[in-house]
Design a protein around this ligand. Structure first.
Ligand code: 13P
Ligand code: SF4
Length: 305
């Protein structure tokens, strides 16, 4: 697209000059995802691949909690986020004080925190999880503590969905993803009627009744693996819109039907913003020293499971 060519060329040049790598979440728009990203993935893959990168500068094409996680794992590197307001409704739903109160109410119950959370909340956490490893981490945390229950925050729907799978009780928090909470089983029913045979894949941040109405549930990376392996004729990805846009380019044999919802936070990241960030080295992510060790430990425990 001629419209993007100038910015893409400038970004590729700036990456070399700055010895920078660009990490892009699967919800980034195709021109970012396909044209300038060095590493693409779900939250788990980005956290894993961020470990020990050689670059001097790591730019996160994603939201703030993702950049914070990268900074926790790469304290000596400059980590940039192009827009300080690229937040997340889940991360904003809970504070460290809320977590301390939950722990006081449920002594001895381990705290499993979705990576969609701030560093101060991670610092109060026993172990983090992502949608890609939530089952495994939940089982591990309960077994380690010798309990049949965990405090699983801040996503009420993720906790409920995973608790149904594992049979482990989840003490939840009323946080929701503003993108996934909007989907309804009625939408899925209507799309199935219009598109007979469509395979419906829903993200586990969706309400439990939406997961029940779907054929498969998984993280964004698990969605990609499913489409790549099974090559369905028609698929409905019950998630953020860019997932289907990015996958359509790689899987021309699959027709992607919608609905989808846009994440306003992910969409704050643009080619122009990334170019500006690399030109000006803005905005560097910093984490208060008092939080770093404890927050990092909760992420590293997750990566070790
Ligand atoms: P995953 O890519 O880890 O499935 O997470 C989805 C999401 O909403 C990230 O903000
Ligand atoms: Fe947060 Fe949902 Fe946006 Fe992901 S899609 S960043 S969970 S609001």
């Amino acid at each position: 697209d001629a419209h993007f060519r100038d910015d893409i060329a400038a970004i590729l040049q700036l990456k070399k000059e700055r010895n920078a790598v660009i990490l892009a979440h699967n919800y980034q728009t195709p021109e970012i995802f396909h044209c300038i990203a060095d590493i693409q993935g779900d939250s788990l893959a980005l956290a894993r691949k961020a470990q020990g990168l050689e670059a001097d500068v790591i730019l996160m094409a994603g939201v703030h909690f993702m950049a914070e996680t990268v900074k926790l794992l790469n304290p000596d590197r400059t980590v940039l986020i192009p827009d300080a307001h690229a937040g997340c409704s889940l991360a904003e739903s809970i504070t460290a004080r809320d977590v301390r109160q939950l722990k006081a109410r449920h002594p001895g119950v381990p705290v499993v925190t979705y990576v969609n959370s701030s560093a101060e909340v991670k610092a109060e956490t026993d172990i983090c999880c992502t949608s890609g490893n939530a089952r495994r981490v939940m089982k591990y945390a309960a077994a380690q503590a010798g309990t049949g229950r965990v405090i699983m925050i801040p996503d009420e729907f993720l906790a409920t969905n995973i608790s149904r799978d594992t049979g482990i009780e989840a003490i939840t928090w009323p946080g929701h993803c503003e993108v996934h909470e909007l989907f309804t089983p009625l939408q899925i029913k209507q799309y199935r009627r219009i598109h007979p045979g469509v395979v419906v894949i829903a993200h586990p941040e969706c309400p439990p009744e939406v997961i029940e109405a779907a054929d498969f549930s998984g993280s964004t990376a698990e969605m990609i693996a499913f489409i790549t392996e099974k090559k369905p004729q028609k698929a409905l990805l019950v998630t953020e819109c860019s997932m289907s846009d990015n996958l359509a380019q790689l899987n021309p044999g699959t027709e992607f039907v919608r609905p989808c919802n846009l994440c306003p936070h992910m969409k704050r990241i643009t080619l122009k913003g990334i170019r500006h960030a690399l030109e000006t080295m803005q905005i560097p992510v910093e984490i208060p020293a008092s939080l770093v060790e404890r927050a990092r430990a909760s992420v590293e425990r997750m990566l070790a499971v």
